[in-house]
Ligand binder design. Structure first.
Ligand code: ATP
Length: 237
């Protein structure tokens, strides 16, 4: 059981961006993809979500290919993306945004309500429940976007740069939420981040993406400790 990306090639118009990327996310696993600006991280997430076409290679869940399935069907089957920039419904309240996520859950119901646990742990969400989403700070919006995604009962969650534009303090808070999502939902999480240090601390395993290719992979602690990553992504001389 896992989400598999197998020798994936994709890109925009004539520009190839990913050149044979392979990776795997197991259920309940938090997997980080780190890499500098332009490495292809957003392209990877958008392709798994179905917003960009697979040119060659394959995408599979539990062994079945979904490379030719529409984005809507992928979402319905539980592959849920939180895009860069969060994309909340700006005129709707926090509660209404989260309710939209619940509607997307379709048949995936039962068991403990994962949203309730998040609301308990992060009271700010309840405090802001009736406020219009676009009046929230960036960090709060990110938390709402993550909670909305959890309300959809994802089997696999694709997170594109959740820390983008956030202060270090808010980034920590968002990462705390992501770790809680992993604990409470059992979803496999693919976390694409430029904030390599935080991502590698939170993740179980990690991949380094350089110019559209995986240049390193392994347990996140090992990747974080490697000289190459320390120099290139953690600012250690
Ligand atoms: P960032 O952190 O800046 O989002 P990234 O690792 O997510 O970086 P991508 O956004 O996937 O990288 O971009 C990879 C490459 O694809 C870059 O060279 C970028 O210029 C190019 N690219 C991105 N979007 C488009 C587009 N719509 N059309 C053409 N090229 C694009």
């Amino acid at each position: 059981m896992s989400l598999e990306v197998d020798r994936l090639e994709c890109g925009y118009d004539r520009a190839p961006i990913l050149h044979g990327v392979s990776l795997r996310v197991g259920p309940g696993e938090l997997v980080a993809v780190v890499g500098s600006n332009g490495a292809g991280k957003t392209t990877l997430v958008r392709t798994i979500a179905g917003l960009l076409t697979v040119r060659s290679g394959d995408l599979r869940v539990d062994g079945s290919s979904f490379a030719r399935t529409s984005a809507a069907r992928r979402a319905r089957s539980g592959i849920v993306m939180v895009p860069e920039g969060r994309r909340l419904f700006p005129q709707l309240t926090v509660g209404e945004n989260i309710e939209m996520g619940r509607r997307a859950a379709r048949g995936r119901t039962g068991g403990e309500d994962p949203v309730a646990a998040l609301l308990d742990a992060f009271p700010i969400l309840t405090e802001r429940w009736d406020q219009q989403a676009n009046l929230l700070s960036g960090g709060e919006q990110q938390m709402v976007a993550l909670t909305r995604a959890v309300a959809a009962r994802p089997r696999y969650l694709l997170l594109d740069e959740p820390s983008l534009g956030l202060s270090p303090l808010k980034t920590l808070e968002v990462f705390r939420l992501i770790e809680m999502i992993r604990e409470r939902t059992g979803a496999g999480i693919l976390l694409v981040e430029q904030m390599a240090d935080q991502a590698l601390q939170a993740a179980d395993r990690a991949y380094v993406l350089e110019l559209g290719r995986v240049s390193m992979e392994g347990p996140a602690a090992e990747v974080r400790a490697s000289d190459e990553v320390r120099r290139a992504y953690l600012g250690v001389a």
